[in-house]
Design a protein around this ligand. Structure first.
Ligand code: F0G
Length: 464
């Protein structure tokens, strides 16, 4: 029967029955053995040497294997020989029509940039590859960061894989999701948990790095942002080098938004793009410094001469009111964004706007993203919730081409996801109720069935 180059074949030599590739079987219908996929190699153009694959796709060459270093010419701060990579940036731009409908965009107009596909599960690896390349140039031996979880996971991974530096990470107490904490611990980073939140940890790591000469890899490190520029290069690549109308990104420490603005300013200056897209930076309501300053108090870059007094006054009021960042989107639970000035510059470059969204909106958007694609962690879904808000406000048009950046993988924060979908009211209240989340409008609840075939079949027919 094997008239095709590929077919299925029973593994039992005495039987060796063959079946078409399109047959759906898990066992040989004649003898009950397992099946193999088999090939008639005579009919396939097989290369005669394995190094043929080098010419197609060489993992030995970082300039090909890394989604960051493929764009080396646009971040040429280090010789090619010192490049560090663990295979970051193999990410995907997906047209997401189901999510577009939720946001209020026409089919074909919303794209999701999945940065959760990076080796450590977040966009941070783009920047870490660049920071490590620089650290190698300057012979750094110990690297430090404060983190809401993803920077630390990325740093710890780059240390454990490359062995170039030892990782020291600072985290706030109880502030980091289990997915992220488990990464730092498993990769062997020295994990310093301080009493306080991210903003406290950030202040301390700066002091400690200064004293101990540790190489700081938070996004105050300008090389980190060089790597993160490539997220936008890959977006453009995914759109066949056409410029979208909007880039929507969650805002925490404001490294991404700063890097994206720089990427577009440079591409425009180099004459490589005809125009610059607009950018929306989305805060969580419980950590909305950028929104407060830019949209309510009208802080602007102003050619570099921005109103520093306004910023100091805002922080003084925040401290006086003892206001702390608080959101289910723990990755962006930050009240003192270190890249504020660079972000103001990027907002000017991209005619940007800033919005904030509630934890309820974030989790609903997150469930829609999961149901319509690969899923993301809560902070990432702020971009989609923000796009929806900007559509409602008429700032984004239904026909605009919009790219939402999904910054981190779904598995980073299983606690929030499971609590949203749960039927257990206690679990819902403990994790989400305390955050003002009242409903799980798009919950996909597990169906509980007795271990009984009849009942199982009835449940499947009822619900599927
Ligand atoms: N999304 C995720 C998943 C993040 O982890 C972060 C930041 C952001 C968005 C915000 O990005 O800082 O460039 O505005 N996480 C940092 C960390 C703070 O420590 O992992 P940003």
């Amino acid at each position: 029967m094997a008239s095709q180059a590929a077919f299925q074949r029973c593994i039992s030599p005495g039987c060796a029955a063959t079946f078409d590739i399109t047959d759906v079987r898990v066992a040989c219908p004649r003898c009950g053995s397992l099946l193999d996929v088999a090939y008639d190699w005579q009919r396939v153009a097989v290369p005669d040497r394995l190094d043929y694959f080098d010419s197609v796709y060489s993992r030995a060459d970082p300039l090909r294997m890394s989604g960051v270093w493929r764009f080396w010419e646009l971040l040429p701060f280090a010789p090619r020989s010192s490049i560090v990579t663990v295979g970051e940036g193999q990410t995907l731009l997906q047209q997401a029509d189901a999510v577009a409908q939720y946001v209020g965009l026409r089919p074909g107009r919303l794209y999701l940039q999945y940065e959760g596909l990076n080796p450590s599960g977040s966009f941070k690896d783009n920047g870490m590859a660049a920071a490590f390349t620089h650290a190698r140039l300057v012979n750094a031996r110990r690297a430090a960061c404060a983190s809401t979880g993803n920077t630390s996971a990325s740093l710890a991974m780059y240390c454990s894989v490359t062995r170039l530096m030892k990782a020291v990470i600072f985290i706030g107490s109880g502030k980091i999701s289990y997915g992220k904490l488990s990464q730092a611990l498993d990769y062997g980073a020295l994990t310093v948990q301080i009493t306080g939140d991210f903003d406290d940890a950030m202040a301390r790591v700066r002091e400690a790095s200064g004293k101990l000469g540790m190489y700081l890899v938070n996004s105050v490190n300008p090389f980190r942002l060089e790597g993160q520029k490539t997220i936008m290069y890959r977006v453009l690549e995914g759109l066949r080098w056409e410029v979208p109308d909007w880039i929507v990104v969650p805002g925490g420490n404001l490294g991404n938004s700063s890097a994206f603005g720089k990427a577009f300013a440079e591409l425009f200056e180099l004459g490589l793009i005809p125009r610059i897209p607009r950018m929306a930076v989305i805060n969580a309501q419980g950590a909305d410094t950028l929104f407060q300053l830019v949209e309510l108090r009208r802080l602007a870059w102003n050619g570099g001469d921005f109103d520093q007094k306004l910023v100091s006054q805002f922080y003084a009021e925040m401290d006086a009111a003892q206001r702390r960042a608080s959101t289910i989107a723990s990755a962006i639970e930050i009240n003192r964004p270190v890249n504020l000035p660079k972000c103001l510059r990027a907002l000017e470059t991209c005619q940007g706007v800033v919005r904030c969204v509630s934890d309820q909106e974030i989790l609903d958007a997150k469930a829609k993203v999961g149901a319509g694609g690969m899923g993301c962690e809560p902070a990432s879904a702020a971009s989609v919730a923000g796009a929806k808000l900007l559509r409602q406000q008429g700032i984004i048009e239904p026909t605009d081409r919009v790219v939402c950046v999904l910054t981190g993988h779904l598995l980073k924060d299983p606690t929030a996801t499971v609590a949203y979908h749960t039927t257990d009211q206690k679990q819902f209240n403990e994790v989400l109720g305390a955050r003002g989340v009242r409903r799980a409008s798009f919950a996909n609840r597990a169906v509980v069935v007795r271990n009984d075939l009849e009942e199982i079949i009835r449940a499947i027919e009822l619900y599927s």
